[in-house]
Design a protein around this ligand. Structure first.
Ligand SMILES: NC(=O)c1ccc[n+]([C@@H]2O[C@H](COP(=O)([O-])OP(=O)(O)OC[C@H]3O[C@@H](n4cnc5c(N)ncnc54)[C@H](OP(=O)(O)O)[C@@H]3O)[C@@H](O)[C@H]2O)c1
Length: 243
């Protein structure tokens, strides 16, 4: 039975992804910051599916613990889905230095350190797949969200480089850019319905993308077109748009 390790397993998207993998007959290793919620999610999955479900404490910003965390897994994964992330209201806290650091530490540094440990193991084994959730916010810096966006831009480039390193080693790396998704992270934000996905749509897109060995997945196709246009607006116009 194949095993998937889900990092940030209490995220709304990650919970939908875990259900999808469980329904497809995979065993699950779930890792998250908050142990009580994690245990509730793991217990629910154990009832829903006959597949084994293990739960592990995991803190993305405890960088030094990442190698020991990975070594502690009872089953080494075939697939890793990295879903943890953090976004604050940047317009309110853009001069909060602790929040800037937290945003970069969780979305970029934590991803880079944890995925580097996993990449080494996958490279040695000559197999495995990594899917990590980045964001269209990383495609171009906007005044309203450039701190989170720059951390996700760093993650997107990191994943691109990792894919480049591992492509000839039998290891696949997939970047997921979900667009807007209705989750805890976007609670209270006014999201345009047509451009907003449900976590279950993300789960399907991640599962299918991994099956088809996609390099980059935009969950809703419109986002690929929107970001293509946004990336091509000349900077002298874009800077005056105040997006
Ligand atoms: N929702 C969107 O519109 C959207 C769009 C594009 C990309 N994304 C990305 O999609 C991913 C999933 O987010 P979501 O929308 O499902 O939001 P979410 O439900 O708020 O999930 C974020 C998860 O990250 C976890 N996390 C935060 N800090 C952590 C740390 N130090 N160590 C381990 N886990 C930590 C959170 O755990 P706690 O709750 O315990 O803090 C939470 O489970 C994130 O990477 C996010 O940036 C979201």
């Amino acid at each position: 039975m194949k095993n998937v390790l889900i990092l940030g397993a209490t995220s709304d998207m990650a919970q939908a992804i875990a259900k999808k993998f469980a329904a497809e007959g995979w065993s699950l290793s779930l890792a998250a910051l908050e142990p009580e919620m994690l245990e509730t999610i793991a217990a629910d999955l154990r009832i829903r599916s006959s597949a084994p479900v293990e739960a592990y404490p995991f803190n993305a910003t405890d960088f030094e613990s990442h190698a020991a965390f990975y070594a502690s897994l009872k089953t080494k994964p075939d697939v890793v889905v990295a879903a943890f992330g953090y976004m604050s209201d940047q317009e309110k806290v853009r001069n909060d230095l602790a929040d800037i650091r937290r945003t970069i530490d969780i979305n970029f540094t934590g991803m880079a350190t944890m995925l580097s440990v996993i990449a080494d193991d996958f490279e040695k084994r000559g197999s495995g797949a990594i899917a990590a959730i980045s964001s269209v916010a990383g495609d171009r810096g906007r005044q309203s969200n450039y701190i989170y966006g720059s951390a996700k831009a760093g993650l997107t480039v990191f994943l691109s480089g990792l894919r480049n390193r591992l492509a000839r080693k039998g290891v696949h790396v997939m970047t997921v850019k979900p667009g807007f998704v209705r989750t805890k992270m976007t609670e209270g934000l006014e999201l345009p319905g047509i451009l907003t996905a449900e976590p279950e749509q993300v789960a399907k897109a991640v599962y299918k993308g991994l099956e088809k060995k996609r390099n980059m997945v935009y969950v809703l196709w419109m986002w690929r077109c929107i970001m293509l246009m946004i990336r091509h607006i000349p900077e002298f116009i874009f800077k005056k748009m105040g997006m």
